[in-house]
Design a protein around this ligand. Structure first.
Ligand SMILES: *Cc1c(COP(=O)(O)O)cnc(C)c1O
Length: 415
């Protein structure tokens, strides 16, 4: 990879594997569970880390390596690990850094699946989650204790759409030598260059914008190479750093967590996500342009009580988003209709816009979070995450904006 390549070029040309020898233009799908060696000595060397090679696809796979290298090239990190899903990438990161008795600090307005992971798994295994208001920098400092092992937040809360000031929170985290872990699914490497803001580990659900067409589930975590793991408060990582130096976190995540939990990405999904990544820059521009235009249109609709989009200059996160995300604001917006009944009516009247639980698809999607993604969360947790009975979340696609607006215009006439 050329160091001076621009983002769009890196997303197409970085991390190309052995297939180039045959002239293939996309990464071949190495649909093989295991990889053979001529001699017992060679296989033993690879097992013992004396030689590099693939052994078994639960541990590493050449197609999966390409998506890891590409996302890593975009984030300019130390290395990446792909996972079966965004949830698997989050779980792997937290398993890698914590053990029973530890605490993590998390911004309150998290994706519903992440809230459930924390309460259903980690809290049951003795890892306490201390929630703070996502944007309250002083709150993070106050929540830190001797047991804190990481700070976790989302770049744009989903669906709260609040935008934490990463640089300020990273400064607090660095002062206490606690890694800052950020879920950048809504911003992708295109909108947020996480390293520049002091983030230490960045996570993406590649099921969303990176795959781009809603065709496969996957996730990736990237060690941005700016945390001294030998000084980590997480014992297992600190111990590994004596052996593998700066790669301690990645080694812990791959060899001790993912290898044991089996949450690897399939080669076929890795292939789809490599293809998606090639057009990420183009698509994100269209997603952001369309979302801003739709937000402005809906803001002027008398049928709608309120519109939340970080790109509207009256939004709470506008200023921070503008500097953090290079003048763009993502593809997600929420609207409130006054009552749940009216919200349901709008969903039911839309013809092109699809009602389903996903974001980051080429198609425009809508969902009523309170009765779906958040249906198992208490009212209190729902409100903390910005979920209300009359709220709808829209993931704006890359169709012609005229057609997206026309679908809303027609549907809104009937609610
Ligand atoms: C979808 C999503 C996840 C989970 O990713 P999966 O690939 O569905 O497991 C995590 N965080 C955010 C912000 C998401 O939107």
């Amino acid at each position: 990879m050329k160091e001076n390549w621009e983002f769009a070029t890196r997303s197409i040309h970085s991390g190309v594997g052995p297939e180039t020898k045959l002239g293939a233009t996309t990464p071949p799908i190495y649909q093989s569970s295991a990889f053979g060696y001529d001699t017992a000595e060679e296989l033993s060397d690879v097992f013992q880390g004396r030689g590099f090679g693939y052994i078994y696809s639960r541990v590493a796979n050449p197609t999966v390596s390409v998506i890891e290298q590409r996302v890593n090239a975009l984030e300019q990190g130390r290395g990446a690990l792909a996972a079966a899903s965004g949830m698997a990438a989050i779980a792997t990161t937290i398993f890698a850094l914590t053990r029973s008795g530890d605490e993590i600090i998390a911004g309150k307005s998290l994706f519903g699946g992440t809230l459930q992971l924390f309460s259903d798994i980690f809290e049951n295994y003795g890892v306490q989650v201390v929630y703070v208001d996502s944007c309250d920098v002083a709150g993070y400092r106050k929540a830190i204790s001797s047991r804190t092992r990481l700070i976790f937040l989302e770049t744009i809360g989903n669906p709260q759409l609040d935008v934490p000031d990463l640089k300020q929170i990273a400064t607090v985290a660095a002062e206490y030598e606690i890694p800052l872990v950020v879920d950048s699914t809504l911003t992708t490497p295109y909108l947020l260059f996480a390293k520049e803001f002091g983030v230490n580990i960045v996570i993406h659900s590649t099921s969303k914008y990176i795959s781009g067409s809603g065709n496969s589930i996957g996730g990736v975590l990237v060690d941005l190479g700016n945390f001294e793991w030998k000084r980590s408060r997480s014992e297992a990582v600190r111990e590994l750093s004596a052996k593998v130096g700066g790669f301690a976190f990645l080694a812990r995540a791959r060899k001790q967590i993912q290898q044991n939990t089996g949450s690897c990405l399939s080669p076929f999904n890795a292939y789809l996500q490599c293809l998606g990544l090639e057009t990420l820059a183009l698509r994100m521009e269209r997603h952001c342009d369309n979302a801003l235009a739709l937000a402005k249109y809906l803001q002027n609709s008398p049928q709608i009580v309120s519109v939340n989009y970080p790109g509207l200059d009256n939004a709470a996160g506008y200023q921070v988003a503008k500097t953090q995300f290079g003048g763009r604001f993502g593809g997600i917006l929420t609207i409130r209709l006054g009552t749940q009944e009216r919200a349901f009516k709008l969903v039911n009247r839309l013809k092109m816009v699809k009602n389903l639980a996903n974001i980051g698809d080429a198609k425009t999607l809508i969902i009523h979070p309170a009765s779906t993604i958040y249906c198992n969360c208490s009212r209190e947790l729902q409100e903390a995450a910005g979920v209300y009975p009359d709220l709808l979340r829209i993931s704006v696609g890359i169709e012609a904006i005229k057609d997206i607006i026309a679908d809303f215009e027609a549907a809104l006439k009937e609610v």
